[in-house]
Design a protein around this ligand. Structure first.
Ligand code: G3I
Length: 425
């Protein structure tokens, strides 16, 4: 079907019609050009937003020649209009880039052509420190095969800030220092979520203002603590429910939907150079109310200048239910056209069938689809699994065998598949 699209919409480098369909390499080359144009328009759009803000800031400044109270507003409105126009152009180019990349994904069934060359994408894993400390095989496997660590629970609110006046960074400090000493990067996970909050937060009596203060203090203290060591954070986790509405949690109930804005703004104030992610489950196909809800939230945040940099796509899937490469690529494209980065942050693939060797093969191809989507998307920044080896998966059912290393800590076919896609230059 994709090849048919290529024939129906032939494109050439100079934009004129071309008689033959595009090759994958050509489609990717064109996608890159659209990306460059999109970046230029995004920059122009940001500049206009800044000018609009400046115009309003000068509202009470120097006197204006005529209708003094209206001029700054008019000026700001005109800048905002320009910003909108530029943003629309940027989105159009992002869409074209995403379409071409999907096309390239469908055309290229063989190992990536030279045009796909890019720096290796870091392979990450969630790590539970107590398990690491008690089983050296786990630690060794991580050291030999992974580039990046996500503390599985140890940075969550209930762990680092269990009482209102008590902070405890001992375990995440040990993890981060150990990772950095071994040349691994760390993703911070997670600042604001509905789960694993301490009871003083969940059961406190709050007003919107007092809960915002508590949230601000938590985010700023945590990010400041790791500021020189952790440069990427899941700021908000799972704010959108399965049907595309707001997840019911204390933040939403007491503060309202703009808790997400505040969380990102506080995080940005704490470390303006950190990469700030919105992390979410069930992001496997674009055409689902949940994904649509997340896309809308991201569009809204970006339009209002909230400092969100990327979307973490968790990918807890199964051998029976997952996205295909083109579906994942399409969804990634929906985020990148908004100017966001993407990352696969928590992948695992539960094996649910009865034939173990067929299951391993399916698992290999499911992992491969997501890894390939990440490889084909220049803004896919890392690929992480939620754990290192099957015996230590958070599912706690060894039969599900969802990870890249088996019960004997041997690499499964899925590991080689992922590695081929994300690491081969
Ligand atoms: O620490 C206590 C321990 O003191 C107690 O003895 C034990 C008894 O069950 O529980 C321990 O806490 C458990 C904690 O993991 C640490 O092992 C909690 O019960 C358990 O609920 C918690 O589960 C974590 C889960 O998030 C919470 O929802 C999983 O380990 C963790 O893998 C999982 O991770 C989430 C991501 O953060 C966000 N995305 C989804 C992902 C999977 O659910």
């Amino acid at each position: 079907m994709l090849a048919a699209v290529a024939l129906a919409c032939p494109l050439s480098a100079d934009g004129t019609a071309e008689a033959r369909p595009l090759t994958a390499a050509e489609a990717l080359g064109l996608a890159k050009r659209h990306d460059r144009k999109a970046r230029r328009f995004e920059k122009l759009s940001r500049r206009e937003v800044g000018r609009a803000r400046k115009a309003l800031a000068h509202k009470s400044g120097a006197p204006m020649a005529a209708r003094p109270e209206r001029q700054p507003k008019l000026k700001a409105r005109s800048h905002r209009r320009k910003a909108k126009r530029y943003a629309a152009k940027a989105r159009w180019h992002r869409r074209q880039a995403a379409r071409l990349r999907r096309l390239a994904g469908g055309l290229s069934k063989v190992p990536p052509p030279p045009v796909l060359r890019r720096a290796p994408i870091p392979l990450g894993a969630a790590v539970a420190w107590d398990e690491f400390e008690s089983d050296h095989r786990l630690k060794d496997t991580f050291l030999s095969h992974f580039d990046q660590m996500t503390p599985e629970n140890e940075m969550k609110w209930g762990h680092v800030h269990p009482e209102i006046l008590h902070w405890n960074f001992t375990t995440p400090d040990a993890m981060v220092d150990w990772a950095l000493a071994h040349g691994k990067r760390v993703r911070g996970h997670t600042l604001i979520w509905s789960k694993q909050n301490p009871s003083w937060v969940e059961n406190g009596t709050w007003t919107r203002e007092s809960l915002l203060l508590v949230m601000k203090n938590h985010i700023k203290t945590t990010i400041a603590h790791f500021r020189d060591r952790v440069h990427e954070w899941d700021v908000v986790n799972e704010a959108i429910d399965f049907h595309g509405g707001w997840t019911d949690n204390i933040w939403y109930r007491v503060i309202g939907p703009d808790y997400v804005d505040y969380a990102f703004r506080y995080a940005h104030e704490a470390d303006p150079h950190a990469e700030l992610y919105y992390n979410e489950q069930w992001l496997d196909v674009a055409d689902h109310p949940h994904s649509q809800g997340v896309i809308e939230l991201m569009r809204d945040l970006r339009n209002r200048g909230v400092p969100v940099d990327g979307v973490g796509m968790q990918a807890h899937v199964t051998t029976q239910a997952s996205g295909s490469q083109s579906q994942v690529s399409e969804l990634m494209g929906r985020f990148t056209e908004l100017g966001l980065d993407v990352a696969i942050t928590e992948m695992d693939v539960r094996t649910e069938g009865s034939d173990p060797s067929a299951e391993r093969e399916t698992q290999r191809s499911v992992y491969g689809a997501y890894a390939r989507a990440c490889r084909l998307e220049p803004r896919c920044t890392s690929f992480s699994t939620w754990g290192v080896a099957d015996p230590y998966s958070w599912y706690e059912d060894p039969a599900l065998a969802p990870l890249l290393f088996d019960g004997d800590f041997n690499a499964k076919p899925a590991f080689h598949e992922v590695q081929d896609w994300i690491r081969t230059p």
